[in-house]
Design a protein around this ligand. Structure first.
Ligand code: PLP
Length: 379
């Protein structure tokens, strides 16, 4: 861990050593870091050399004045890819989602989403705190939110008892269901029925490029019909920072104001947008490799008696499996795995999540599987 006041690239201890000793300690630490296989998330990727060069050479201006040419190019390119009029660069996916929620709803309304959705579980209660809305989670068995599942949860009349439904949010892929992909006809039906009722629909497409890879369809097609779309540059696409919010001109104009309210008006943000542009051009083509690695891990885990998962349900770059048969909580399992240099995350009290990404190779997945085998082989 880097110390708070240590020079960049050194730990606190390294900073107190002489130059030769510090170099040796730093080399050992790098070697240790390289041995660690980090499957906690696809957010852990580090920028490529190409990204770093693009960042160093980025043409910049003050983006709050709309004068950063690299940010403008990124926004234009994202809008183009989704065949929409406009896009906005935001620091995080959470900010993109929360701006969309804020603009689509009014205080005192309900938002419907799948029970495992990021906006419900991992965005710090912001729909309540920032937009005055309540989330009504919809349970599904497999993580695919359908119109028949949503319909009974809608609130359209009864103005004196239950708040009206103000927004539907679809997360594709659905992260905590194991990267489950929404079939295009299912999403199309939600958008069509919601439009008939005057309810906007937002797409949390943090990993929409993964869904596009699985379905072999362009993102533009998967996002069609949604009133707004958020996707992340900083996950499987490999950028260090940043997400995009997409919609029509009026929506993005209002989103720009909301971004400023949240303190997300970044100045010479072209430094970050330059990496985002590389991610957008180079990232999507290699996601199939991550999916193949996830399928490889899932197939290996399925052979282990103390792991519980259906490898047929692994559709993208996320593998969630049960560890109840080990008799220990997931947190303990994750700890033991870390001791074997494989980092994973607890996805629930007895389930564990592995996420493949550009910084883990097939060889490392093979090594991770060997560590998993050691913990899950015995019955
Ligand atoms: C589905 C989904 N939506 C939104 C986000 C939020 O992205 P960020 O971490 O950039 O705020 C995440 C992050 O993991 C996510 O998985």
């Amino acid at each position: 861990m880097r110390g708070r006041f240590a020079p960049k690239g050194m730990t606190g201890v390294e900073a107190q050593l002489g130059p030769g000793e510090a170099a040796g300690a730093a080399a050992m630490r790098r070697e240790r870091e390289e041995r660690v296989i980090d499957l906690r998330s696809d957010t852990v990727t580090r920028p490529s050399e190409e990204m770093r060069r693009a960042m160093a050479n980025a043409e910049v201006g003050d983006d709050v004045y709309g004068e950063d040419p690299t940010v403008n190019r990124l926004e234009q390119r994202a809008a183009e890819l989704f065949a929409r009029p406009a896009a906005l660069f935001v620091p995080t996916g959470t900010m993109g989602n929360q701006i969309a929620i804020h603009l689509h709803t009014r205080p005192g309304q309900e938002i419907l989403c799948e029970s495992r959705a990021h906006i419900y579980n991992y965005e710090m209660a912001m729909p309540g705190a920032f937009s005055g809305c309540l989330i009504r989670p919809v349970l599904t068995a497999d993580g695919v939110l359908t119109w028949p599942a949503l319909a009974p949860a809608l609130s359209l009349e009864a103005p004196y008892h239950r708040a009206r439904t103000g927004l539907i949010v679809v997360e594709n892929t659905l992260n905590m269901a194991g990267g489950i992909v929404t079939p295009p006809p299912v999403a199309a039906e939600i958008c069509r029925r919601a439009r008939d009722l005057g309810i906007p629909v937002h797409l949390d497409g943090a990993r929409i490029f993964n869904a596009a890879t699985t379905l072999r369809r362009p993102v533009e097609e998967l996002a069609r019909g949604f009133d707004s779309v958020m996707f992340c540059l900083s996950k499987g696409l490999g950028a260090p920072v940043g997400s995009m919010l997409i919609g029509d001109e009026e929506f993005i104009h209002r989103a720009r104001i909301a971004r400023k309210m949240l303190g997300g008006g970044m100045r010479q943000a072209g430094i970050l947008a330059a990496a985002g542009l590389v991610a957008l051009e180079k990232g999507p083509a290699r996601l199939a490799e991550d999916h193949a690695n996830a399928a490889f891990l899932a197939a290996g885990l399925a052979n282990l008696p103390r792991a519980e998962l259906d490898p047929g349900r692994v559709q993208s770059n996320i593998v969630i499996f049960g560890v109840a048969k080990t008799g220990e909580p997931a947190a303990k399992f994750v700890e033991k795995l870390a001791a074997r240099n494989v980092l994973a995350g607890a996805a629930g009290p007895d389930s564990v999540r592995l996420v493949t990404h550009l910084d883990v190779s097939r060889q490392q997945c093979q090594a991770a599987l060997e560590a998993l085998q050691a913990l899950l082989a015995r019955d």
